[in-house]
Design a protein around this ligand. Structure first.
Ligand SMILES: C[S@@+](CC[C@H](N)C(=O)[O-])C[C@H]1O[C@@H](n2cnc3c(N)ncnc32)[C@H](O)[C@@H]1O
Length: 443
C-alpha cells in the first residue's frame, strides 16, 4: 500500500452509520427453533416416510451413494480414490463442509430463532464405513444436534432437515434400523472430532445461492455464533470386535495434527527499489493453509461481509466497525480488488500517483515466487478496502488463502473483537522516512 500520496480522507466528526448493501440482510427468514438433547442413533432401512424419534440425532442413508463391494474395496486400497469420491459427494451436499482433508466431513447447520435465544447446531458427519462381508457398504450422513438452552418452541428438526437434504440431493431415506445403533455409535464416537467449546463462525445472512449446482441455504453455510457444547459421552460405546471397523482414513484422522503450513512471506519491498517515490508498505503476510479452508472459501465466494459497517471517523476517513462479536481466528472480510501482477501494479501506481486525490488501496504481497498486488483503488461496495491501520491496537491480520489457484487476501480476527470496535490491522510499514512522513503509521 502506498503511503507517499495523500489519501482521499473523509473528514467528518459525525458518527454516521452506513450499513453495507442490502444483500447482507436477505436470508434470515428461514429461522426455526429446534431442540435435541440426548444423542440417540437411528439408522438404516428403506422406509422413506418414517421420521426418527423426537430429540434424536439421526442417521440418513444416501442410497444413491451406496457403492458395490468391488467399488468399496477399490476405494479402500486407494486413499486418493476415497478423497475423490468424497469430494464428489461433498459437491452434492446442500451445505458446506470443513475438514475435508481429514476424511471427515463436518457440516454445521445453524438453527436459531429470531431473537437468537437458541443456538442449537447440528453436525453432519459424512461417514463411510467398511462393511462386513456380505453386507452392502454404506455411506451415512449423520446428523447430531446439540442441546439448546431453552425449552420453548421445540419442534422436530429431523424431518425438516431430511426434507431439506432430500430437496437438495433428490433421494434421502430416513434410517430406522435400531439394531445397528451400537455399531453406529462406535463409529461415530471415533470419527466425530468434537472439540470442547469449539466455535464455528456464522454468516447467517448469506443469501441463497447455487454452488456446484446445489442450492446453498444461508443457514447451512456457516453455523451461528455459538459454542458447540461438550458431547455427552455417557452413551459412548467402545468399538468391539464384531463392529464394523471405521473407515481407515477416518481412524487415522484422529491422530493427524492440524495441518497448518506457515510461510512467512518476505517483505516484498526488500528486493524492490525501483519504485522511486512510490513507496509501498512493508507487509509480512502469513500464508496459511487452513484445515478448515473450505469454510473460508465459502466466506470469500459468497462475498461475506457480515457483522461489519462503515462509519466515518474523526481522523481517518471512513473506517469499518463490527456490528457483531468476532472471535480470534474468525474470518472478517476479504481485501477485495483486482489481483494484478507486480508489473501491472507498477504501471497503475504511476497513473494513480499523478492524482493526489487517489488514496492508497494497493496491497502488495508475495505468493510463491511471485509478487502480486490487490488493487482496491476503485470505489466499490466491498468493505475490506476501508479497514484502517493500527500498529499497536490492531485486531485483524491479513492472510493469503489460495482458491482455485488464485491467491486471495483476507483479514481474520487476531483477537476477540467486541461489537462496536473499529477493525484495524497493521499496514506493516516500517521504513523510517515513511513513518516520519506519516506518523499515524507508528500508532
Ligand atoms: C486502505 S485506506 C482505509 C480507508 C480510508 N480511511 C478511507 O476512508 O477510504 C488507507 C488510508 O486510510 C487512512 N488511514 C488508515 N489508517 C489510518 C490511521 N490510523 N490514521 C490516519 N489515517 C489512516 C490513510 O489515509 C490511509 O492511506
Amino acid at each position: 500500500m502506498t503511503h507517499a500520496r495523500s489519501n482521499a480522507k473523509v473528514s467528518s466528526s459525525s458518527t454516521t452509520t452506513v450499513t453495507n448493501n442490502g444483500s447482507k440482510k436477505s436470508s434470515t427468514s428461514n429461522k426455526r427453533t429446534y431442540q435435541v438433547d440426548s444423542p440417540v442413533t437411528v439408522r438404516a432401512n428403506d422406509s422413506e416416510n418414517q421420521v426418527p424419534q423426537e430429540k434424536s440425532p439421526s442417521f440418513y442413508l444416501l442410497p444413491q451413494l451406496l457403492q458395490s463391494d468391488e467399488q468399496q474395496q477399490q476405494q479402500s486400497s486407494s486413499s486418493i480414490a476415497v478423497r475423490q469420491t468424497r469430494s464428489k459427494i461433498r459437491k452434492q451436499l446442500p451445505f458446506n463442509t470443513i475438514d475435508e482433508e481429514n476424511d471427515e466431513m463436518v457440516n454445521q447447520k445453524s438453527l436459531q430463532n429470531e431473537k437468537h435465544q437458541y443456538s442449537p447446531t447440528s453436525q453432519l458427519i459424512f461417514d463411510s464405513t467398511k462393511s462386513p462381508p456380505g453386507q452392502k457398504p454404506r455411506i451415512i450422513l449423520k446428523i447430531r444436534l446439540n442441546p439448546c438452552k431453552d425449552n420453548q418452541e421445540q419442534t422436530s428438526p429431523t424431518k425438516e432437515l431430511a426434507n431439506e437434504i432430500t430437496e437438495a440431493l433428490g433421494t434421502v431415506k430416513l434410517a430406522n434400523d435400531i439394531k445397528h445403533i451400537e455399531d453406529s455409535k462406535s463409529i461415530s464416537s471415533r470419527i466425530i472430532p468434537f472439540t470442547r467449546n469449539k466455535r464455528i463462525q456464522s454468516a447467517t445472512n448469506v443469501p441463497l445461492r447455487k454452488i456446484h449446482g446445489a442450492p446453498l441455504r444461508g443457514q447451512f453455510l456457516h453455523a451461528p455464533d455459538i459454542k458447540i457444547n461438550d458431547v455427552d459421552n455417557s452413551n459412548e460405546i467402545i468399538l468391539n470386535q464384531s463392529s464394523p471397523q471405521p473407515f481407515p482414513l477416518a481412524s487415522i484422522a484422529e491422530k493427524l495434527p492440524t495441518k497448518q503450513i506457515e510461510n512467512i512471506i518476505d517483505d516484498v519491498t526488500n528486493n524492490d527499489n525501483d519504485l522511486g517515490f512510490l513507496r509501498r508498505s512493508k507487509r509480512r503476510v502469513k500464508l496459511i493453509k487452513y484445515k478448515t479452508a473450505m469454510n473460508f472459501d465459502s466466506f470469500i465466494e459468497q462475498e461475506c461481509e457480515d457483522g461489519l459497517e462503515i462509519r466515518t471517523t474523526t481522523d481517518k476517513g471512513r473506517g469499518i466497525f463490527s456490528t457483531k462479536k468476532f472471535y480470534r481466528g474468525d474470518y472478517i472480510v476479504e481485501y477485495a480488488g483486482d489481483l494484478i501482477s507486480y508489473q501491472q501494479a507498477k504501471q497503475r501506481e504511476l497513473t494513480y500517483g499523478l492524482n493526489c486525490r487517489i488514496g492508497c488501496y494497493m496491497y502488495y504481497f508475495k505468493h510463491g515466487e511471485k509478487v502480486y498486488c490487490v488493487d482496491a483503488t476503485d470505489e466499490t461496495n466491498r468493505l475490506g478496502r476501508l479497514i484502517n491501520h493500527s500498529r499497536k491496537g490492531c485486531n485483524c491480520q491479513a492472510k493469503v488463502l489460495v482458491i482455485k489457484d488464485q491467491p486471495r487476501l483476507i483479514l481474520i480476527a487476531s483477537r476477540d473483537i467486541n461489537v462496536g470496535e473499529e477493525l484495524l490491522y497493521d499496514y506493516g510499514e516500517r521504513r523510517k522516512d515513511i513513518l516520519d512522513s506519516f506518523p499515524w503509521l507508528n500508532e
